[in-house]
Design a protein around this ligand. Sequence first.
Ligand code: ADE
Length: 223
Amino acid sequence: MRIDIITVSPELIKSPFEHSIIKRAIDKQLVEVHFHNLRDYAVNRYGKIDDYQFGGGAGMVLMIEPIDKCLTELFAARKYDDVIYMTPDAQRLDQQCANQLSTAENLIILTGHYKGVDQRIRDAYITKEISIGDYVLSGGELAAAVLCDAVIRLIPGVLGDETSALTDSFQDNLLAPPVYTRPADYKGMKVPDILLTGDFARIDIWRHEQSIKRTQEIRPDLL
Ligand code: ADE
């Protein structure tokens, strides 16, 4: 997979790609991530990329021209499965969306800033708009990093244990069951006996029951 991220602040978004599972995925060449600084496509030599909104109102809007120039360059180089815009006024990201995007070959992610981007970019080029939750961040960069993390870990070969993404919360619309490790008894706080029996068929049933119980308690809307 190749991901091209268009941003006003490449430095803000780079760090999550330099650590842990995402870094390993990049090192193993399972994913390539390229950052494009919108200022490199500015409309003048002062680096102008935003302007006041027509009709008045507070906040600057990212201009159509720099984004169009950057997208045109990328489109000339390869075909993209989706051009995603990170914005709070969109469908919320969920596991199903991450699963679907994890099968893509090439993705573009555009991150907004200030009041957002000129609507004509959204109308003409964006194929998917994604929010990571019902709250407003200062920009789309952190949201893009969240999306990339959720998607990249699902690419086959990224997680060491291939089954581990399948047992994540949400993969079957249930929250994950509780997990424990050694010691089995810490200051009188004991691990459930069932997990120490070695009876894996019964353990599977117990885990499923725990998933349902947790989901009922914490996220009944998922059931
Ligand atoms: N940009 C600002 N807030 C956002 C959010 N909640 N999700 C995606 N992009 C955003």
